[in-house]
Ligand binder design. Structure first.
Ligand SMILES: [Zn+2]
Length: 256
C-alpha cells in the first residue's frame, strides 16, 4: 500500500488562521479557529457549512481527520456541554476528528470568501465593497454582463447553487446586484447609496420587504446554506493545492 502522506495539525491550523485573517475578526461571535482538537496528523480534510451530528458521522465514515466548517459549535463562549452539544462533542472526540470554524472571515475574505465566490459563480463583475457588519464591509456589489429579468437572474442562481430562490420584484430589471451571503438582510439599507437594483442574500427577512419596496429594489433570497457553500468549497481547493491532501465537501443542505 502506498504511504498516505499527512501534515501535522499544528502546521495546518496556523496556516489557516493566517490565510483566513482570523486575527482581524476578534469581534465575531464565532470562536474562529480550531474548536476541537483531534488526531495530530491530518491526511484527509472535510469541509461543510454546518457543524452537526450528521456531518460528523459522514466525516467519520469518510475517514476525515480535520473538518473545516463555516458555522462551528462554539459561539460567544461555551456555557455547558449537555444535550445536543454533549453528543456533538462526544462524536468528535470519539472519532478523533478536529473541528475548525471560520465564520465572518470566510464571508469577508477577498479571495476565498463566500461573497466574492458568489459574485464569480453568478458572473457578476465586482464593482465595489458592500454590506457593513461590525463596522467592516464584508461583501461586494457587482454588475451583470447585460441587463436581465429578475426571473432569469433567479434561474441562474438556482442552477449554479442548486437552490430554490424566492425572488420579489419591485419593478426593475437586474444589473447592479448587492450580495451578502447567509443572513445579510441588514445590508439592504446600503442599496440606495450604491445604485443597486437587486439585493441578494440567503435568508428571507420580513423586515427587508418594506424597505426594498420603498427603495424599489428587487429582493432575492437564495438560502442561507446555498449562499454559504462557495467559500467553504474554495477553502477546500486552497488546501488541496497547498498541501496536496485529499479534500471532500460534505453536503448537508437545509433548504433554508
Ligand atoms: Zn451563516
Amino acid at each position: 500500500m502506498p504511504q498516505v502522506k499527512g501534515i501535522p495539525l499544528d502546521k495546518l491550523v496556523p496556516y489557516l488562521d493566517a490565510e483566513l485573517c482570523l486575527a482581524d475578526f476578534a469581534e465575531d461571535e464565532s470562536a474562529n479557529g480550531l474548536q476541537v482538537e483531534g488526531r495530530p496528523t491530518v491526511r484527509k480534510i472535510g469541509l461543510a457549512v454546518d457543524a452537526c451530528e450528521d456531518v460528523f458521522r459522514k466525516a467519520a465514515e469518510k475517514e476525515i481527520d480535520f473538518l473545516f466548517v463555516h458555522h462551528g459549535l462554539i459561539w460567544g463562549g461555551l456555557k455547558t456541554i449537555r444535550g445536543v452539544m454533549r453528543k456533538r462533542i462526544k462524536t468528535l472526540l470519539d472519532t478523533d476528528i478536529s473541528l475548525y470554524a471560520c465564520h465572518l472571515p470566510l464571508d469577508w475574505h477577498p479571495k476565498h470568501g463566500n461573497n466574492i465566490r458568489l459574485l464569480e459563480v453568478l458572473s457578476l463583475k465586482k464593482m465595489g465593497e458592500f454590506g457593513t457588519y461590525h463596522g467592516k464591509k464584508i461583501s461586494y456589489w457587482g454588475r451583470t454582463f447585460k441587463e436581465l429579468s429578475l426571473d432569469a437572474f433567479a434561474a441562474r442562481i438556482d442552477k449554479v447553487l442548486d437552490t430554490r430562490s424566492s425572488a420579489i420584484s419591485f419593478g426593475k430589471n437586474v444589473r447592479n446586484v448587492g450580495v451578502v451571503s447567509g443572513g445579510g438582510w441588514f445590508a439592504i439599507n446600503e442599496a440606495e447609496r450604491y445604485g443597486i437594483d437587486t439585493f441578494l442574500t440567503g435568508e428571507p427577512s420580513h423586515s427587508a420587504y418594506t424597505l426594498a419596496e420603498e427603495m424599489k429594489v428587487n429582493l432575492v433570497f437564495s438560502g442561507h446554506y446555498a449562499t454559504e457553500t462557495p467559500g467553504v468549497k474554495a477553502v477546500g481547493e486552497v488546501l488541496q493545492k497547498r498541501f496536496g491532501l485529499e479534500v471532500e465537501f460534505i453536503d448537508h443542505p437545509t433548504g433554508l
